[in-house]
Ligand binder design. Structure first.
Ligand code: SF4
Length: 289
């Protein structure tokens, strides 16, 4: 080895040590232009591989998959409900919007039969909204005690009466937002009043029967009334919102009980795939675990 000339050592990183000087780059680029051209002619760089064409996004095939909310199935459910309950309507006795509103407030956690036993005497005692608005909630409590939760219900009824008198000229409003502004009134009560009395389909009544049976029929997977209502509003045609709720409530009272539904007598049986059916003609249910 010539003295004073030390070969470059590989650094710890495996790269040659010593930074490249400004304007210099590595490899053949240090060579003069002509030499570089010559080199490229002799050793042409490998042609760039053509990129494979991007795969087109393919939507998952829906055909053939069971869809419990398909329009055809929903129409069939509605058709059978029409046959079963052609005259289904609200079971709460009432003569005007105010009586229906009071009865609906009282029906929370209580049977319609019980409410119907209480309201005739109640409206005889306090015939107008103004009569209710003039009450203190404690005065009303004994009259509605048998419907349960009577303290809260008294506050709601008296509070609603006061607001209707003060803000709406003594008339029950036929507007969802205005109804929702009344004490003790949520969407279920508002939908009952709007649908049954005013014949306005602003939503779907979701009571305990609609909640349970909509899930059994696969019309919703949700468990929260607000979300169930949204699901039903999506899959059921608007002109059926009012009737559908009445029919399902009747179905829940007559056959599709919370415990031991009477599937053997149910006209929806062969299109119902509820996990807690008590009887079935559908082969796939028999094999289901
Ligand atoms: S088949 Fe049974 S679970 Fe299904 S809707 Fe009828 S009664 Fe209810």
């Amino acid at each position: 080895m010539v003295r004073g000339v030390v070969p470059r050592q590989a650094g710890r990183t495996g790269k040659q040590e010593g930074p490249a000087r400004r304007g210099q780059s590595r490899g053949i680029s240090r060579q003069p232009k002509e030499t570089r051209k010559l080199h490229e002619m002799r050793f042409p760089p490998p042609a760039a591989k053509p990129k494979p064409p991007k795969a087109k996004a393919v939507a998952p095939k829906k055909a053939g998959r069971y869809d419990p909310t398909s329009p055809e199935r929903v129409q069939e459910i509605l058709r059978r409900l029409d046959q079963l309950y052609p005259a289904a309507t609200c079971a709460l006795h009432h003569n005007n919007a105010w009586e229906l509103l009071v009865a609906t407030i009282l029906s929370a956690q209580c049977t319609d039969v019980r409410v119907n036993m209480v309201t005739p005497e109640l409206f005889k005692k306090y015939p107008t909204i103004e009569d209710f608005a003039a009450l203190k909630p404690e005065v009303l409590e004994p009259d509605i005690r048998s419907t349960g939760f009577f303290r809260n219900k008294s506050k709601s009824v008296v509070g609603a009466a006061k607001k209707i008198v003060s803000d709406f000229g003594g008339k029950v409003p036929d507007d969802m937002d205005q109804l929702l502004s009344l004490p003790g009134v949520a969407r279920k009560t508002a939908n009952v009043v709007l649908g049954t009395w005013f014949n306005k389909a602003e939503g779907v009544v979701v009571d305990t029967h609609v909640h349970r049976i909509s899930r059994r029929l696969g019309l919703t997977k949700n468990d929260e009334p607000g979300k169930i209502e949204q699901d039903l509003m999506r899959v059921i045609p608007r002109e059926k919102w009012i009737t559908f709720a009445h029919q399902i409530i009747w179905h829940g009272r007559k056959l599709c009980f919370a415990r031991s539904p009477q599937c053997v007598d149910c006209a929806l049986e062969n299109i119902c795939h509820a996990g807690d059916k008590t009887w079935t003609t559908v082969e796939m249910h028999k094999n289901a675990k």
